[in-house]
Design a protein around this ligand. Structure first.
Ligand SMILES: [Zn+2]
Ligand SMILES: [Zn+2]
Length: 358
C-alpha cells in the first residue's frame, strides 16, 4: 500500500502527537489511545490479543475482524460504541488522520498510521513478515517514526520457515502412528495458522480441537481459512484418538486433560521454542518454532523498509533493538510501555473465556 503524503513536513513535534502514558500510547490532538491497557473514552485497537484488546472502553475503532474477535471473547457489550476501520481508508479525528494497514500478525491485525501536521508515525502493534495463510500480509508504510515491538529482538531469535516446523510434526505423526500428537498453540491466530499449514502440507485426516478454541476457529473458518475437517475433542473419546493430531491451548498440554490420550507426544508451536530450556521446562517433547512475531532479522529489515529516521520500541527486548538502531545511525528510544507481553500469560488468562458455553 502506498499512502500519499499530503502535508508539507515539519509543523508537528512527535512528542505532541503520541505520548507514552500508563494507560497506553495517547494521541492528545485526537484524545485517543492506541491499545490502551486501562479503560479509556476512545480506543484504537491494533488486534484481538488480550494484552492489546481489552474490554471496557467507551468507544473502539478497529478492523471488522478485530471488533468481531473482541465480541467473541468479551461479549457484545465489550464497548459502548464501536466503529469499523476499513484497511487503507483514512479516519479523521480532530486534526489527526488515522489509517489502518495490515500487520500480518493474526486475522484482522493492523498497524495504525497516525498523521498530523506533516508528521507520520506508524504504530505497528504486533507484526510478522512470514507468509500466513490465515491473515493479510504486513504492508510497510513509509514514515518518519516507526513504533515497533521487540518480543524476539535478540540475535538468537531467527525463526525457521513455519512450514518446515509443521513438517517435523507430520514426520513425527508418521513415525508414531499409535500416539496422539497434542500441539499447544495460542487460541487466537497460532492455532488456526498451524492448522492451515498442516492442510497446506497435504494432511487430510480430521484435526481435533480443544473446546477453548472452538469459537475463534469457527470465526476463522467463516472468514475463509482453509482448515479442512475440524472436530471438537469429546472427553470420553480421548482414548480412541491414537494417531490423531489435537490442537489445544498451551496451558492444556501439561494438564490431566492431555494425559488421557494414548501415549501422547506433547508439542508446542511458539517462537519461544527456539530456547531449548523453555521447551524442557514446559515438558515439551516436540518443540515447533512457529511465531507470529517478527524475528531479529525481520525487525531490522522492517525498520529499514519504512525509511523511518526514528524508532520507538514498545515492549520486548527493547534495549537490544534500540542499541542496533543507534549502531546504524537511527534515533531510537524504548517507550517502556507496560502491560504488553508475548501473548503467553495474557492469552492464557483469556483462553478460558474462549470456550463455547455448554
Ligand atoms: Zn499479538
Ligand atoms: Zn502483543
Amino acid at each position: 500500500m502506498t499512502l500519499a503524503r499530503r502535508n508539507a513536513p515539519g509543523t508537528m513535534r512527535p512528542s505532541d502527537l503520541l505520548i507514552p502514558t500508563p494507560a497506553g500510547l495517547w494521541c492528545p490532538p485526537a484524545d485517543v489511545y492506541i491499545d490502551p491497557v486501562r479503560p479509556v473514552a476512545r480506543a484504537l485497537i491494533t488486534h484481538g490479543h488480550s494484552d492489546h484488546a481489552r474490554a471496557g472502553h467507551g468507544a473502539v475503532l478497529a478492523t471488522r475482524e478485530t471488533l468481531a474477535i473482541m465480541a467473541l471473547r468479551y461479549g457484545e457489550g465489550f464497548t459502548a460504541q464501536r466503529q469499523e476501520a476499513v484497511p487503507g481508508e483514512t479516519v479523521r479525528i480532530g486534526e489527526v488522520e488515522f489509517t489502518f494497514v495490515p500487520a500480518g500478525h493474526v486475522l484482522g491485525s493492523a498497524q495504525i498510521v497516525v498523521e498530523c501536521g506533516g508528521l507520520r508515525i506508524v504504530a505497528s502493534g504486533d507484526y510478522k513478515r512470514e507468509r500466513d495463510p490465515t491473515c493479510a500480509g504486513f504492508e510497510p508504510v513509509p514514515c518518519d517514526i516507526f513504533i515497533t515491538e521487540a518480543t524476539f529482538g535478540l540475535p538468537v531469535f531467527r525463526h525457521p520457515p513455519a512450514h518446515a516446523e509443521v513438517g517435523k510434526l507430520l514426520e513425527s505423526v508418521r513415525l508414531f502412528p499409535e500416539r496422539t500428537h497434542i500441539v499447544g498453540a495460542y487460541s487466537l491466530g497460532k492455532a488456526q495458522r498451524v492448522m492451515a499449514l498442516i492442510r497446506e502440507a497435504g494432511y487430510d485426516r480430521p484435526l481435533y480441537l480443544h473446546g477453548a478454541m472452538e469459537k475463534l476457529t469457527e470465526f476463522y473458518i467463516s472468514e475463509g481459512a482453509q482448515l479442512g475437517e475440524v472436530r471438537k475433542v469429546v472427553a470420553a473419546e480421548r482414548k480412541t484418538l491414537g494417531g490423531e493430531i489435537v490442537i489445544c491451548p498451551p496451558s492444556a498440554i501439561q494438564d490431566l486433560w492431555a494425559r488421557k490420550f494414548p501415549d501422547p507426544v506433547t508439542s508446542f508451536a511458539s517462537g519461544w521454542m527456539r530456547i531449548r530450556a523453555r521447551a524442557r521446562q514446559k515438558g515439551v517433547e516436540l518443540p515447533l518454532i512457529v511465531s507470529d512475531h517478527a524475528d531479529w532479522d525481520d525487525l531490522q529489515a522492517t525498520i529499514r523498509e519504512t525509511g523511518a529516521g526514528e524508532i520507538w520500541v514498545t515492549h520486548g527486548e527493547a534495549d537490544a533493538l534500540v542499541h542496533w538502531c543507534t549502531s546504524v545511525g537511527l534515533r531510537a528510544r524504548p517507550l517502556h510501555l507496560v502491560g504488553y507481553g508475548d501473548e503467553g500469560e495474557a492469552e492464557a488468562a483469556v483462553e478460558g473465556a474462549d470456550a463455547v458455553p455448554v
